[in-house]
Structures are given as C-alpha cells and as structure tokens.
Design a protein around this ligand. Sequence first.
Ligand code: NI
Length: 177
Amino acid sequence: MIREVLRMGDPRLLRISRPVEAFGTPVLEALLQDMRDTMDHLDGAGLAAPQIGVDLRVVIFGVEGNPRYPEAEAVPFTVLVNPVLAALTTEEEEGWEGCLSVPGLRGVVPRIRRLRYTGWDERGNRIEREAEGFHARVVQHECDHLDGILYPMRVRDFSRFGYTDVLFPDGSTAAAE
Ligand code: NI
C-alpha cells in the first residue's frame, strides 16, 4: 500500500528509531511492502521507515534504470534492518541530495566516500557489504533517517541548497534522494 511520506517539520522524522526484534513477521513484511510500494510510486532511490511514520530501524534502497537518476551508478535493491555503518576512510565527497521528505529541494552534502555496512535482510539473513560513491551516499542518507537526521542538517554550504527547478532549470537533477 502506498503510504503518505512525512515532510520535514513533522516531529516523527526527528525520533531515534527502535531496533527490529523479530524477523519474518507479518508486521515486518507489511511494513516492507508498504515501503517498497511508496518508494516505487515516487521513483525514490531509498526510503526509511520513519518517513512513513514507523519508528523502526528499517531502510530500503536501490537504483536501477530510475528515470530520476539517469546518471547514477546502479545500486542493488536492498532491504536493510538494524543497519550499522563503519567508515573505511576519513575522506569525504560532496554530492547533490534530495529527500522525499523535503520535496522540491536539493543540496550538496558531504558524505564519507567509502564504508562498510552490515545488518539483516527481511528474513534475518546477515548482510555485509562495502560501498563507495553514490551507493555509500544513499546508505548514509537513509540510515541518517533512523537517527532523526535529514540531509539539510548536513549541508555546510547553503549557497548550494535550493529549489530543484531553479538549480537545474534544464531538468537534469543528478541528485540522490
Ligand atoms: Ni531522505
């Protein structure tokens, strides 16, 4: 079921989410189905449970042939429960981001360039991956939602934060969201 995505200003986006304690349950399955339906409907690159008002540590993401990200490198569709991120470098990289909870805006956000992420899929199978660049950016953006952090809180240079149609009048977006 397509769910309403909460927008910045809603206090539910600022909560620290709770860990999932049981896998393979109807509740988790229904949550993931709703998240996937909502993300697909909005052509998002990712979605975190708090964005639909559920304070659980669950994110989904994936980019493959998404019309909103024609330039983006492919990121496999992933369900990640109780994720833990570990930086593999101190090096940061800047890139444009947007967020379904911050519609119509884009900003340049510095992110760790390379990291390892671990967690579980919906059945409780362990996931452990290394990622860099755009993939690492998407993971950091989605996992931030679990700690109540929206990307504008990470913007350092507000001269590169604004309305998408003003920043990119030719329709190119080149942004993670
Ligand atoms: Ni977001």
